[in-house]
Design a protein around this ligand. Structure first.
Ligand SMILES: [Zn+2]
Ligand SMILES: [Zn+2]
Length: 329
């Protein structure tokens, strides 16, 4: 364990900056064909990975062949996504791509970047349009909550038949404290009343129980990725004096299946990036041997040991015992 290995961190800190993401060990078998693609023309075929049990962290993702530093391991599309309330009128309501021309004459309307996104959004948007979301959105805004927006979208998808109610069951839920659950109950009540005030029948929302709502939030809490576009809103940031860098850096949040199977490491050999929309790219950060576990960093890797341990424990519910943590760094 020499300095060479450690000196690599400095150059990586920029790209690793605050890509919050999920701890994961899921429970059923996974077919990589559904969420992963291979965009590397030089290496045709399925992605060079398999999901298997680790010794101590539940499931993990392993290389099935040697993967080179910088290689695109696979891509993934989200099963669920939602823009931040602060960017909702500046990005595509489906894929979170930055919009070229925002329609300022109708500030309440959301937009889509393409006909394709508009079409795919029908899976939730037709149902969503039938209700008045001002109270629910205000609840999220005033409490600084972003995940109830994902639950709202999933509920709309389920009602329109675009997704099963158990879509996220494969993901590991966070363990919740009583305090968190009572806060979630408020959101649940507002979601139900919003639907009830529109023309949604009790039968259509029979899946929407308190248990369902809390179960979805418990999974989103440790599995959602905060989406920051590499080529995204940076220009806007510089020109918008009022914008808070922190709030504006993320265009939204999204939930993926395969990327959620990656375990955490404070000195990761892989990372996930977003170029222009929610299409995620998993890339190798160094050469990886066949059989080696691929891990990403769920948090800002530039934090010191105690800060990392505290965030991982509070946010994700585990103590990190990666080589970097064991070394005390
Ligand atoms: Zn789009
Ligand atoms: Zn660690």
């Amino acid at each position: 364990m020499g300095l060479v290995r450690y000196s690599r961190w400095a150059s990586r800190l920029k790209t690793l900056n605050s890509q919050y993401k999920p701890f994961l060990s899921a429970t059923s078998s996974f077919s990589s064909g559904t969420t992963a693609g291979n965009e590397n023309p030089g290496r045709p075929g399925p992605p060079p990975i398999q999901v298997a049990l680790t010794e101590s962290s539940g499931r993990g993702v392993f290389a099935t062949r040697k993967i080179e530093n910088g290689e695109l391991i696979h891509t993934a599309k989200p099963v669920l996504s939602h823009p931040s309330l602060s960017t909702v009128h500046r990005v595509c309501y489906f894929c979170l791509r930055k919009l070229r021309n925002t329609d300022t004459s109708q500030p309440q309307r959301v937009s889509f970047c393409s006909d394709d996104c508009k079409k795919q959004a029908k899976g939730f948007y037709d149902v969503e349009m039938r209700a008045d979301w001002s109270v629910y959105d205000d609840y999220c805004r005033s409490h600084g909550l972003k995940y109830p927006l994902l639950v709202k979208r999933l509920a709309c998808m389920v009602m329109s038949g675009a997704a099963p109610a158990n879509l996220l069951d494969i993901l590991q839920p966070a363990s919740l404290f009583a305090e968190m659950i009572s806060e979630m109950e408020a959101g649940f009540g507002l979601l139900r009343s919003t639907f009830r005030n529109s023309n949604i029948t009790d039968e259509q929302m029979s899946f929407l129980t308190k248990q369902w709502y809390i179960g979805i939030l418990a999974r989103i809490r440790i599995n959602a990725f905060r989406i920051e576009l590499v080529g995204g809103l940076y220009d806007d940031l510089l020109s918008s004096a009022a914008a808070s860098i922190d709030a504006e850096a993320a265009v939204g949040n999204a939930v993926y299946i395969l990327p959620s199977f990656y375990n955490h490491d404070c000195d990761p050999n892989a990372h996930i990036i977003w170029i222009e929309n929610t299409d995620a790219r998993l890339k190798a950060l160094r050469d990886v041997d066949a059989g080696e576990e691929l891990r990403i960093c769920y948090i800002d890797a530039s934090m010191d040991h105690d800060a990392r341990q505290s965030i991982l424990s509070q946010g994700f519910g585990f103590q990190c015992s990666c080589l970097r943590c064991l070394s005390g760094d």
